[in-house]
Design a protein around this ligand. Structure first.
Ligand code: FAD
Ligand code: PYC
Length: 419
């Protein structure tokens, strides 16, 4: 046997301890250039998708993605991976459905398995008001050509036999809707696949490089100050989620954004028992079972502002109480770990995409508790916005000026996660 191909127990152990010496890197670790055509701040899904589409759709490859840590370890690697496009308003439907369609082809596009599992997303109704609201949303969603349907209790029982449908429970389930194309995907695979694709096309991914300031002269962006020195660019796109207000302050304006912890937790692995994504905004929990068998659970934000990636025990208690109420057999399952990310919430629960008061400086933020599903769509429209210097048509309604014109896009009800 070729000596180099022989994998001894010792080499496996060495690799398991993190040496990985002879493995090809999926993306380079280049030295920063002095200048780029476009700098993207933030190596989460949104920043990486923007770089991917800048290179792929617009041929703009002299691009740096600047990330203060390793890529994908912000909210992109901390979220519960729910993907869907069942939003109420036309403006949201356009961008979230674009995103879902891009997700449906993303494994092929990136040649990287993102493990998209379109197992259906069910939203429960627990009272007459819920039922009317769910029905109204199904109608609105279908009018936009997006799949959505009501589920009878019998159908619900068939799809989720372990769901508590007792009429005597505290908040009895009266009905539900389903988006069958909704589901989950593997979050870190999305960051890695996008990074590899952008890097292949020539984008520099600068990890462990913190942006500490924005250089602005005469109202124009000139570049960014970083822990590895000044890097020049005529266009800078900021996609830093929970740190968006910090960057707005650097640029001298304010954003209507609040940063909050959002928690999630996973259980010990179980055999496959639960093959859908379930959401209840009344008892307030959402849950799915990952391909590793863990139950993945979450609910609303912690109510206080914070930049620390941790939350308080009360939310966890609520999540678990709601889980046991909906699926009593889960009361015997042990929880394995818990974490939080910092989400950037807007007053209307919709994102901000586009220009800022500084020429050449663009922001993509405010995705709050729901931006994982938006990664490819947001990257696609933000890449267009950066390439053209003008917002993509789907980004126009999400401009910052809606907070002065009053043309808000209120998607609180669609989020399924209170904030
Ligand atoms: P991030 O992934 O946070 O990336 C921003 C990056 O900017 C970070 O990597 C950060 O290190 C970097 N950065 C910050 N400051 C600097 C600096 N000074 N210099 C350089 N880099 C900097 N959405 C859904 O659609 N479905 C869900 O099921 C879902 N569940 C969620 C569950 C939890 C617990 C959380 C926290 C979020 C959830 N979300 C969900 C929301 C979703 O995760 C986010 O909206 C999305 O990941 C945001 O992606 P991003 O690329 O904008 O941000
Ligand atoms: O936006 O669908 C969503 C979501 C689920 C969990 C957190 N956000």
């Amino acid at each position: 046997m070729n000596k180099n191909k022989r994998y001894s127990i010792f080499s496996l152990a060495r690799n398991a301890r993190g040496y990985h010496k002879n493995w090809a890197e999926a993306w380079r670790s280049p030295e920063p250039k002095q200048s780029y055509d476009v700098i993207i701040v933030g190596g989460g899904g949104h920043g990486l998708a923007t770089a991917h589409y800048l290179a792929k759709e617009h041929g703009i490859t002299n691009v740096a993605v600047i990330e203060k840590g390793p890529i994908g370890l912000g909210n992109t690697g901390r979220n519960t991976t729910v993907i869907r496009s069942n939003y109420l308003w036309d403006e949201s439907a356009a961008i979230y459905e674009l995103s879902l369609k891009l997700y449906e082809g993303l494994s092929q596009d990136l040649n990287f398995n993102i493990m998209l599992s379109q197992r259906g997303l069910i939203s429960l109704a627990h009272n007459q008001h819920d039922l009317r609201e769910v029905q109204r949303r199904v109608n609105a969603i279908r009018l936009n050509g997006i799949d959505s349907e009501m589920l009878s209790l019998a159908k619900l029982k068939e799809l989720v036999p372990i769901l508590n449908l007792s009429p005597t429970s505290r908040y009895p389930v009266l009905g539900a809707s389903i988006q069958r194309r909704g589901g989950i995907a593997r979050h870190d695979a999305i960051a890695w696949g996008l990074a590899r694709s952008a890097d292949d096309r020539g984008v520099d991914i600068l990890q462990h490089t913190e942006v500490t300031g924005l250089r602005i002269q005469g109202g124009l962006i000139k570049g960014v100050e970083t822990t590895r020195g000044f890097i020049a660019a005529p266009k800078v796109g900021v996609a830093v989620a929970g740190h968006s207000s910090v960057f707005a302050e650097m640029a001298g304006f304010r954003l209507p954004i609040q940063s909050h912890p959002l928690q999630a937790l996973v259980s010990e692995p179980l055999k496959p028992i639960f093959n859908t994504v379930l959401m209840s905004s009344t008892v307030h929990v959402y849950l799915s079972q990952s391909d590793r068998g863990e139950l993945v659970m979450g609910a609303g934000i912690d109510s206080y502002n914070s930049y620390a990636q941790r939350g308080s025990p009360m939310i966890l208690e609520d999540i678990l109480a709601a889980t046991c109420e909906l699926i009593p057999i889960f009361s015997r399952v042990k929880m394995m770990r818990q974490w939080a990310g910092i989400v950037d919430t807007c007053p209307d629960a919709s994102p901000i995409i586009g220009k800022t008061p500084i020429s050449g400086l663009f922001f993509n933020c405010g995705w709050g508790t729901g931006g994982f599903k938006a990664i490819p769509g947001s990257g696609f429209v933000f890449a267009h916005t950066l390439a053209q210097g003008e917002p993509h048509e789907f980004a126009v309604p999400f401009a910052l000026d809606r907070f002065t014109t009053g043309a808000l896009i209120d998607e609180h009800g669609a989020s399924g996660v209170a904030h």
